[in-house]
Design a protein around this ligand. Structure first.
Ligand SMILES: NC(=O)c1ccc[n+]([C@@H]2O[C@H](COP(=O)([O-])OP(=O)(O)OC[C@H]3O[C@@H](n4cnc5c(N)ncnc54)[C@H](OP(=O)(O)O)[C@@H]3O)[C@@H](O)[C@H]2O)c1
Length: 236
């Protein structure tokens, strides 16, 4: 592989919010992109915008679905391999969020499937497509480590994702596995979490992107990072 070959990233959940903000930044820097989301119309709108900037393949589907994950891996193979996998797609669960004593367990399973099991499953599915030096970014949350009342479902799913990332990194010293907290952002997920609040004071997701880019292009070791604390390293 020569240095001039375009890098390729697979970003899940890139039809809005942090995913599409990161996709735009990488597109401007010439990365080839593979993106997904469940909602076809929003994904197609994102793809059309990004296609003005770079080569982009959009595959609608649900990361919890095995066939969809295989389709993403196929696109990664067609692109010649991946330099980055960004497990960004997530669901909050019910809005407003129930406390744990009242949390419907079938719903909890769905939250765990989307936020913890699907990211690992996707890593397993694309493992042969990871180029030397590839980075895996698993997007987490401070809710994974803080005891916020009402955040037991989503928060514990992110805690599982964090420890999966931690151990995956230990088991694969040749890979860089990052778990990264983007901080509060003005997105649909944040509005679902605070359904009765005006969230216009939260920063836009674009402010978390430079920190993610630092993880994708810098030389940091595997570990847990807060995206906005990395911004001074890579002013975006
Ligand atoms: N917003 C915050 O304040 C905040 C704070 C800490 C961490 N985070 C984390 O940051 C990441 C991005 O969140 P966001 O705020 O940008 O959320 P968002 O605006 O709700 O966007 C989520 C994206 O993921 C897609 N998605 C959701 N479930 C999916 C599934 N099962 N399969 C495929 N795509 C799926 C959504 O599209 P469809 O719905 O059409 O599938 C959408 O494109 C998440 O990991 C979230 O946990 C967010």
């Amino acid at each position: 592989m020569t240095e001039n070959v375009a890098k390729t990233a697979l970003i899940t959940g890139a039809s809005r919010g942090l995913g599409v903000a990161l996709a735009h930044r990488l597109a401007r820097e010439g990365w080839t992109l593979i993106i997904d989301a469940r909602g076809e119309r929003d994904l197609e709108a994102a793809r059309a915008d990004l296609a003005d900037l770079t080569r982009v393949v959009a595959i609608p589907g649900d990361v919890t679905d095995e066939d969809h994950r295989r389709a993403l891996a196929g696109a990664a193979r067609d692109a010649g391999g991946l330099d980055a996998l960004i497990n960004n797609a997530s669901i909050l669960g019910p809005s407003p969020q129930p406390t744990l004593l009242d949390y419907p367990l079938d719903t909890l399973k769905e939250v765990y499937r989307a936020n913890a099991i699907a990211p690992l499953a996707l890593i397993q599915t694309v493992r042969d497509e990871l180029r030397p030096g590839a980075r895996i970014l698993n997007v987490t949350s401070d809710a994974a480590v803080e005891p916020y009342e009402g955040w037991g479902g989503y928060g514990s799913s992110k805690a599982a994702l964090e420890q999966l990332s931690n151990i995956l990194a230990a088991e694969n010293p040749d890979l860089r596995v990052y778990r990264v907290d983007p901080g509060d952002m003005r997105t649909r997920l944040q509005q679902e979490a605070f359904p009765d609040e005006d969230i216009s004071d939260r920063p836009p997701p674009e402010e978390s992107v430079p920190g993610l880019v630092e993880l994708l292009t810098g030389d940091l070791p595997s570990g847990r990072y807060e995206a906005r604390a990395l911004i001074h390293v890579n002013e975006g």
